[in-house]
Design a protein around this ligand. Sequence first.
Ligand code: AMP
Ligand code: MG
Length: 425
Amino acid sequence: MEPHDDVRMRGFRSRTPVADVQGRIRAHAAPLPAETIPLDQTPGRILAVDVHAPIDVPGFARAAVDGYAVRGEDTFAASEQGPIPLEIIGDSQPARPSNLVLQPGQAVRVSTGAPIPPGADAVLQAELASERPGGRHLLVLGPVAPARHIGQIGEDIARGALILRAGRLLRPQDAGLLASLGLAHASVIRRPRLALLSTGDELIAPGSAPGPYQIVDSNALTLSHLARRDHAEPLPAIIARDGADPLKSALDRLLDPQRPDPPDLLLVTGATSVGQHDLMPLLLRERGHLWVHGVAIRPASPTALGALPDGRLVFLLPGNPVSALCAYEYFVGPYLRALGARPDPWTWPHPTLCLPLARKLVSKIGRTDFVRVQIRGQGPQAAVYPLETAGASLLSSVVYADGVVNVPPDSEGHPAGARVQVYLF
Ligand code: AMP
Ligand code: MG
């Protein structure tokens, strides 16, 4: 699969199938190591280790309702017609130790959450009791079975139990649970850091209006947002002018071994096609390995893939904004999700709809197509319209589109009326 030495001004002799490129990527997609973070940052992160409960929750038997701690057997014969008197020997309140010990015929007034005094085995709910004036006695109006209305030690979580498994996508209530175990931090998979390099003499940073012959670097923004969607951490993008020297010094900056936040992968847009200025594949070969240059996919055929000597992957994406987005979805997004140990990293995260095509969709055998489509009509009338005029350079085509239909290389497309799966943007 070693690509041709220099394709500039010659074009690709052959293009690598998408599945082969994806295979290369999968082979290098081991999850990143763990990091420790405070519990207020855990939702949405991936737990790195199994968590066993270090303590029982609750750690003491507590009242589950307001009422009276009693011995269940003292109440068995009670009814409204035949109430049974008990002596009230005191109160138990939440967070306070109680030195009361219950003897037969006695009760302790408790509020929800209060410790159950020794000797008691149930809580008589307030509705089944009638306290006598003076607060020294009550009448039991019905029976309560032993263990009723008591939260037992370890009833919520038993010490030693496996409560969360490694690989879990943490939810808000998981943070609450970890906190209730007395923990302050969780060990989660580190998020991949992504270095972004935009190349081209014509580029200016986003935020100002382009002058004559200038183009705003829109790719860096689109790609950083896509990377965030995939739970990665994009580093601030840099722009490099065309030419070997500026590109080399940009790579030096991004890959500086001294930097405190070294990227886990490098994403370059532009300078990877077959033009005279498209030096990135040659530079990558000089610095590491160029595995693939030229992929059988439309609209991202100039995509290249390789690695640095330390194993970090380098993705060279075409500068055309739609091609860059297409190559991101096929190659970069899945890799980022796999590094982050996200569930199902190879499946696209888009919601999907299955709807009939309003007109035929033509594709070429041997090529994967990323076809931008609109969905028009409601309910049973809804149909998929491929956007035929959508060139790779027209960013507006992915803005007007509702989604994309992926046509695999073994398909010549679909006739009008065929149901296709639309990945919604
Ligand atoms: P290249 O892949 O460098 O040949 O660029 C192809 C086309 O995409 C050219 O029209 C570039 O101006 C445009 N382009 C390249 N990089 C970017 C970028 N970062 N943002 C927007 N457009 C770009
Ligand atoms: Mg360029």
